[in-house]
Write a protein that binds this ligand. Sequence first.
Ligand code: NAG
Ligand code: NAG
Ligand code: NAG
Ligand code: NAG
Ligand code: NAG
Ligand code: NAG
Ligand code: NAG
Length: 550
Amino acid sequence: MKAPFLLLVACTLAIAKLVDNVADLPSDSFDFVVVGGGAAGNVIANRLSEKPRLLRVVLEAGISNVDVLGAIVPFFCSRSVPYDWNYTTVPQAGLNGQIVTYPRKYRGRILGGSSSINCLVYSRGSSEDFDRWAELSGDPGWSWDSLQPYIRKFDPAVHGFNGLLGVGLAGYFHPFDQRVFNAVDELSAEFPYNVDYNSGTHQLGIGWTQATIRGGERSSSATAYLAPHFLQRPNLHVLINAQVTRVLQTESLAFRAVEFATDAKSPRHRITARKEVILSAGSVGTPHILMHSGIGNASALSRVGIAPLHDLPSVGQNLSDHTFLGNQWQLREWNATRTGPLVDTTITQVGWLRIPDNSSIFQQFPDPAAGPHTAHYELLFTNGLIRPPTPPTGNFMGIGTAVVAPVSRGSITLNSSDPFASPLIDPALLSSDFDLFVMREAVKSVQRFVAARAWDGYIIASLINGTTDAELDAYIRSESSSEYHPVGTAAMSPWGARYGVVDPDLRVKGLTGLRVVDASVLPIVPAAHTQAAVYIFAERAADLIKAAWA
Ligand SMILES: *[C@@H]1O[C@H](CO)[C@@H](O)[C@H](O)[C@H]1NC(C)=O
Ligand SMILES: *[C@@H]1O[C@H](CO)[C@@H](O)[C@H](O)[C@H]1NC(C)=O
Ligand SMILES: *[C@@H]1O[C@H](CO)[C@@H](O)[C@H](O)[C@H]1NC(C)=O
Ligand SMILES: *[C@@H]1O[C@H](CO)[C@@H](O)[C@H](O)[C@H]1NC(C)=O
Ligand SMILES: *[C@@H]1O[C@H](CO)[C@@H](O)[C@H](O)[C@H]1NC(C)=O
Ligand SMILES: *[C@@H]1O[C@H](CO)[C@@H](O)[C@H](O)[C@H]1NC(C)=O
Ligand SMILES: *[C@@H]1O[C@H](CO)[C@@H](O)[C@H](O)[C@H]1NC(C)=O
């Protein structure tokens, strides 16, 4: 009998039918092996295991560093998670040479990957973001219209009601929220209200956060797609605490085996896939595994002592990410209504805005947004502190600003042939003058926003350090970090293109048996938190895989 799917992830959750010992697996050969139990991997595991007789598989991924994609500012949502990977970037020239933290979680050992620890924001981006991916990949199947059946697997209204993932609005109302919307009313020419920024065609404006919450609880890819009744499927196996070190060549140009271990000191194990290995280890983890497997820039791999097996120079390149800045204000004591000093943050509203069409920067740069209805920057509102360090006393509110149509491009490269060593992560934040310009305009716009009468008597002091452009630039470069939305490190490109990592069907170019399904295939970061796009891509990818093996 053929063994079913095996999903390998690093995790500490005790869920029935998860095993953490390779000896407890029914076989060392499965139809499908899925590497990474994050947002994308769990969708693939769930959807492929729907077809027990057709596929008889099981999935498995031996991975662990499910980096998956888009966490949202885990900076403050996950200040103290014990299962973060503690990745840091290389020194960022655009941030005065600072090294900033980066999410390599989940090796962090949690099923669900980023979707288990992110800040829950559910945002799709604009229809133009999807249409640009369709154009860059040469596959109209990735366009907004074509993806509607998958997009509607997720939530209400323009939204569907049959999805597995729960998406909803805030479940409470605080005076802070009232002031935000009063300011929106007052300044609606610049900050229009938007009832649903996820409709595709009307992204711009400020509205309530849509979040992956169901019944008051986080809805993650683990709770939604690996719920206990799914784990009971006889063809689905999940191995945790297994970090994938490499995919292995099984015959010329075919990579249908996975090598993994619990940690650097443990023995390595090997599992094979009769049909496919699906890498869903995220924008850091996926290129890391590909390069350690000899798939990448041949001369760069040789330089660190890895035998190149398949020359694919785009692996790890073209990383695009959002720069994030947490702007804060100190508030008058608000004893009557506040829930406590330094209340922890939740993003209550988000806004998507553009710099004016006549901005001087467009004399130097073509507009990098996906289209004229797509945001250049995002605002994230929070009734509390939006970034550390925590001051000893006082009440605060924050409005984060993020550059969501960046020109900067970074990379993931290797410094060592040891798969347990961290890769060199360079998101190259604010390395383009365009991105700095947008961030400066975003900071100026929130200063106009808090000057609305709606905030009278509420705010005591701004913690934005500076008034001139030069001072604001210094403040931006010293206080910015990543919004943790890296994509593009195993990007789709058209069939036959001489760049890119995967074909439009997400199979690694020039190879068989190996596919990538996670944020790394998105050629350019959307003007959105990346988790929605990843769920949508993974749903279509599951259908592509089923069709390929029907
Ligand atoms: C990450 O760093 C923190 C503090 O530096 C440490 O307590 C924690 O154990 C580290 N986690 C991992 C997975 O290395
Ligand atoms: C491959 O890497 C080498 C060394 O890092 C670099 O000089 C070269 O430009 C890269 N090749 C491509 C095609 O990107
Ligand atoms: C980066 O992506 C662009 C398309 O967005 C492409 O033209 C270019 O060749 C890519 N570069 C690499 C190194 O893959
Ligand atoms: C508000 O609370 C602070 C302690 O958090 C207290 O010191 C102060 O007296 C209170 N003010 C009023 C007006 O109740
Ligand atoms: C852009 O146009 C607005 C009015 O349409 C004007 O107030 C502003 O000064 C212009 N900005 C630039 C940089 O030309
Ligand atoms: C790169 O490797 C060298 C030597 O192996 C080591 O000294 C250095 O710390 C590494 N750099 C990073 C950023 O990990
Ligand atoms: C404000 O910025 C100036 C430089 O522009 C810097 O010297 C000063 O330390 C900053 N103050 C704070 C509180 O960060």
